[in-house]
Design a protein around this ligand. Sequence first.
Ligand code: URA
Length: 235
Amino acid sequence: MELERILQRQGFGTRKGCRALIRSGRVAVNGEVCDDPFTDVCTDDLTFSVDEIAWPYREFATIMMNKPADYECSRRPIHHPSVLSLLPPPLVEREVQPIGRLDEDTTGLLILTDDGQLNHILSSPRKKVPKVYIATTKHPVDAGQIEAMLAGVVLHDDPEPVRAAACEVVGDCLLRLTITEGKYHQVKRMVAAAGNRVENLHRLSVGGLILPPDLKPGEWRWLEPSDIALLKAEE
Ligand code: URA
């Protein structure tokens, strides 16, 4: 594929803009500056760099982020900045979107992608992708609350009870809870329906993909095909 087309596809602007970027000598391919926009480059295992920042060529951009508190998952946030503001411009230009939103005060594992098919698969309630959360609660969690969430609680806009796939006390006022749907404020509403209140919420994993301990709040990382396979792991 022509180098200027590669850059355009990877989110570096219009074809004309990418051509100018390449001609200015700011782009290197596999370690060597290339200032000819029409050079034919093989995209298999390609790493190019722009202003000495390395970019792996990805047909689809799928990443994970450790979402910090006080960021919104929306493209048009209202009260806080968008999580997209934590990403470099080429990823925003590619229109990566969160797969399932986290509340502005929720922290932890957030997946973003520009792969519409992957987003659709992982968002589908039929897929039952398990999501594990750690909730800090206002009151100590008792056995009755755990039982209620495992048996199913009724959320007031939803006639069908919603059950936790797993739920256990892991500390004083700390609950580890697994859900397989992604309803609006689901964890907070389930905990409230069971008679407690979520004070802090953190997502530890989606499918078999666990938030890496060294990924700091606000940081992001590319997902490899093996990570994406883990994401699709079912209950
Ligand atoms: N459940 C919630 O209540 N909030 C989240 O952000 C995610 C799940």
